[in-house]
Design a protein around this ligand. Structure first.
Ligand code: URA
Length: 433
């Protein structure tokens, strides 16, 4: 086979056969196809698209480019969850212990944050001593004994996607639905769960800004998963403003703990219950959303969910003390109130810009090698629809550096818009597939 022929075929709008896709992914992973030819093919796919069969074949080829995680030693239906990411998205921190406390075994691989969105692993490292760099054997053992474990993505999980995503990132070929869907799903399939619940975000802080694109991406991922024999559910949810009030690693952990205590923000709690109920249904612990939500609420009320979080943190090297004493989490030296420049209703928050503020404070990664400050971030006091008087606090910046705080404050104020009338409320859940 020649890569030249595959590029020409796709350029002319023809379909690629399974054997061609398998060969291309194998040869690219081995370094036998140069980046310039793969870039040309990605651009041809970007313009010509791929049909359902080609998308599935590409996903499977990438999932098989490394070691698939074998979860067969774990008893019960393994349910995974994936979010397309956003600002203040601390969902896994609350959701995973919550569903585990209801009897769903959760064996999850998570990533670190890059750019304006955070990563679950960074957030979890706010617990002193906690580590996700654990051997697969410990990961499996923990799921079988306490029902929950999270590890970092192994280097050998879908290596073709890693290489291809880096290439797409610098060749303006990321935002194609089939390429995004196959990239995400290749990692999910390789991670081995029986059922996958997707949280596809839409809005100014999301990858998919429009509702239409978010639905289309969700459809595409659900189709891939079903064609690969997995049970699939997807919720399309709001990311037009940060989720909850906390943005920044330790601050988000604190908010997740509050949520497992029953005192979390309304929007975040609604999302956690919505995703959790789909996970319980997928894991055959509940028949419908109403009974699943009841189980989840009970687990919060009777303390089981919080105890599960503590057991999880302890099993991965942490002391777990922060779960009952969140004041022991890393804290920044300065807390700076940002006053509102005017009176009125908050009509819009440019969500990705708030993520950038956290990045500027030191809470995110500019490059893969950046060292992040777990203690910094933002605590919003006003969100869309709230009324604010001029001079009233819009948010509190948690900072360790005055200059960085100044830059973040300037950027923060540019992200808020005001109006004289109250804007219509956006739903948290836009739909389900
Ligand atoms: N996230 C991924 O993992 N892959 C993409 O292509 C886009 C977002």
């Amino acid at each position: 086979m020649r890569m030249y022929d595959l590029i020409r075929k796709k350029r002319d709008g023809e379909r690629l056969a399974k054997e061609e896709i398998d060969w291309m992914i194998r040869s690219y992973t081995n370094g036998e196809i140069p980046d310039y030819q793969m870039s040309a093919l990605m651009m041809a796919i970007y313009f010509r698209g791929m049909n359902e069969q080609e998308t599935l074949n590409l996903t499977l080829a990438m999932a098989d480019s490394g070691e698939r995680l074998d979860l067969s030693a774990i008893h019960g239906i393994k349910v995974d969850k994936h979010s397309t990411g956003g600002v203040g998205d601390k969902t896994s921190l609350a959701l995973v212990p919550l569903v585990a406390s209801c009897g769903i075994p959760v064996a999850k691989m998570s990533g670190r944050g890059l750019g304006h969105t955070g990563g679950t692993i960074d957030k979890l490292e706010s617990f002193s001593g906690f580590s996700t760099a654990i051997p697969v054997e410990t990961f499996i053992k923990n799921v079988n004994t306490i029902g929950i474990s999270i590890m970092g993505q192994t280097a050998d999980l879908a290596p073709a996607d890693k290489k291809l995503y880096a290439l797409r990132d610098v060749t303006a070929t990321v935002d194609n639905l089939s390429l995004i869907a196959s990239s995400i799903m290749s990692k999910k399939l390789a991670a081995g769960a029986d059922a996958i619940v997707l949280d596809v975000k839409t809005g100014s802080g999301a990858f998919m800004k429009s509702e239409e694109d978010a639905f289309a991406l969700a459809e595409e991922m659900v189709t891939i998963g079903k064609n690969a024999g997995r049970q699939m559910h997807a919720l399309i949810t709001d990311m037009d403003q940060p989720l909850g009030y906390a943005i920044g690693n330790a601050l988000e952990v604190k908010e997740a703990i509050a949520t497992l205590n029953g005192s979390g923000p309304e929007d975040f709690t609604e999302l956690v219950l919505a995703l959790g109920s789909r996970m319980l249904i997928a894991g055959k612990k509940a028949e419908d959303v109403a009974s699943a939500e009841k189980m989840l609420r009970q687990s919060i009320q009777n303390g089981d969910a919080l105890r599960k979080l503590e057991a999880f943190v302890k099993a991965q090297g942490g002391t777990g003390e922060e779960v009952s004493h969140p004041e022991k989490l890393p804290a920044a030296s300065m807390q700076i109130a940002v006053p509102s420049p005017q009176s009125g209703y908050i009509s819009h928050i440019q969500c990705d810009e708030i993520g950038v503020c956290s990045l500027l404070l030191g809470g995110g990664r500019e490059t893969k090698d950046s060292v992040i400050d777990l203690s910094v971030g933002l605590e919003l006091k006003k969100k869309v629809g709230d009324y604010v008087e001029k001079g009233e606090t819009l948010a509190v910046l948690h900072a360790n550096d005055q200059e960085k705080a100044g830059q973040a404050e300037e950027r923060f104020l540019r992200a808020y818009r005001f109006s004289e009338t109250q804007p219509p409320k956006r739903p948290m859940i836009f739909g389900e597939i």
